[in-house]
Design a protein around this ligand. Structure first.
Ligand code: GP9
Length: 430
């Protein structure tokens, strides 16, 4: 536990924990329905295949007056994929660089979002039509103090309603409505989708858009399964409205991690109409959509700020008006103006307001050009160029140092199970 004061000091100095006054309490006493959108990446948004929008519902939702849509939102997962995204959201800590923290440290002490919102009267649950022990969820959810886990056995999973990994998303949503209605309100309920999972299988009758046409079956098949997810979410919105839960809820939709790996870069370049996928592009492909939909809000907008999964916990706490107190976390309130100006990816790469850094190269975030080339092209005198380059290198190095420190402090918390030694001041709630 000796490292805790040092970590607290680092966070105090480097991670601005200012909260947005405007969004403070906007979700107070409302349910939070959080959709973990399996493998949903940003690049499909507003894109077309054979003249058809891939995600027509989500495209409209992003522009809706009740939606805050985050356009530069990054997934920060490691090998634990979906479970890592859950870990980031519930804790605002980073997952591990190797293995899945849900497996390796499922018994640790955490100070999770579900635990913290209990004091505001919230119950918490996860709905997911898969085996409860997948990703060691059953054990980890206890550590995260999630009240209820409604898994496969809560659903009627028939062969005709299943494809690929299990129950299709449309019947999953439909069958989830009565389960949600039974929950004690206000609730925070996470729904983990399944159909848009590698290898992206879909029954013919569910495919309403052409596959993409490239040398990658994976990318080709991804398009109709993403469209299926888009339709499933649209139907779910209608079902929520019919049930009367819509008005009392806010709906968060987050892509959990990439679905198309770098193995499919040739096809991806074709999809994006580019010659190749550069290391810069690879980082940009880690963007996933994030929607925060607040029925009746009317002030929705497209948010351009650099953001990531680490930011959800402080954002949602502020929206519920729950004081983070002594909590130790690395994210920022997404609606606050005072935020860190970078997002750390789990492999140590980062995206800042100005730069994208990967494999030791700093790129211009706007143009995707390596900074040394950009400076050389733009600057007439060699002397000026070398001065400017020195400044950029030092700026990139200093962000890199912050990123490395942040990741290593988060690792220390997990490897040392350091929250055992912290009194967060809310023990009496347990
Ligand atoms: C499994 C599902 C998928 O239950 O959440 O997990 P993933 O393989 O995407 O990490």
């Amino acid at each position: 536990g000796n490292e805790i004061p040092e970590i607290q000091e680092f966070i105090e100095e480097n991670v601005d924990h200012e909260r947005s006054e405007e969004m403070n309490g906007v979700a107070k006493d409302k349910n939070i329905i959080f959709l973990n959108a399996e493998s949903l990446q940003h690049f499909v948004m507003n894109s077309e295949v054979n003249g058809e929008e891939v995600t027509p519902f989500l495209n409209d939702l992003a522009q809706d007056e009740d939606t805050y849509y985050f356009d530069n939102f990054y997934e920060q997962t490691g090998q634990g994929n979906t479970s890592d995204s859950e870990f980031l959201v519930e804790n605002s800590l980073y997952p591990l660089s190797r293995g899945a923290v849900f497996f390796t440290h499922g018994g640790n002490d955490y100070h999770s979002f579900p635990e913290m919102i209990k004091e505001a009267g919230y119950t918490s649950s996860v709905l997911h039509a898969n085996n409860k022990s997948f990703w060691n969820r059953d054990a980890m959810y206890d550590s995260l103090e999630i009240d209820e886990f409604l898994g496969e056995e809560s659903y009627d999973v028939t062969p005709e309603d299943s494809v690929g990994w299990g129950l299709k998303d449309k019947p999953f949503f439909e069958q989830s409505i009565p389960l949600l209605e039974d929950l004690e309100e206000p609730f925070y309920s996470k729904m983990i989708l399944l159909t848009n999972h590698f290898p992206f299988e879909l029954d013919e009758e569910d495919a309403t858009i052409d596959k993409f046409d490239s040398n990658s079956n994976t990318l080709n098949s991804y398009i109709p399964t993403v469209r299926y997810m888009d339709e499933a979410i649209e139907e779910f919105f209608d079902e929520l409205k019919e049930s009367g839960m819509y008005e009392d809820s806010i709906i968060v939709i987050m892509g959990d991690h990439i679905g198309i790996s770098a193995n499919h870069n040739k096809a991806m370049a074709q999809y994006l109409d580019q010659d190749e996928i550069t290391p810069y592009d690879q980082v940009q492909l880690q963007r996933v959509p994030l929607f925060i939909h607040i029925p009746g809000d009317g002030n929705g907008q497209v948010m351009d700020e650099i953001a990531g999964q680490i930011d959800l916990k402080p954002t949602m706490l502020n929206m519920l008006d729950v004081d983070p107190g002594e909590d130790i976390y690395f994210g920022n309130d997404l609606f606050s103006d005072d935020r860190k100006d970078y997002i750390a990816l789990r492999n140590g790469d980062f995206v800042s307001d100005d730069y994208v850094s990967t494999a030791g190269i700093c790129y211009d975030r706007e143009t995707g050009e390596p900074m040394d080339q950009a400076i050389e092209e733009e600057t007439d005198s060699e002397e000026e160029a070398s001065e400017e380059l020195e400044q950029v290198e030092s700026a990139c190095d200093s962000i890199q140092e912050q990123v490395d420190t942040e990741l290593s402090y988060s690792d220390s918390i997990i490897y040392g199970d350091l929250f055992r030694f912290v009194d967060f001041g809310d023990e009496e709630e347990e």
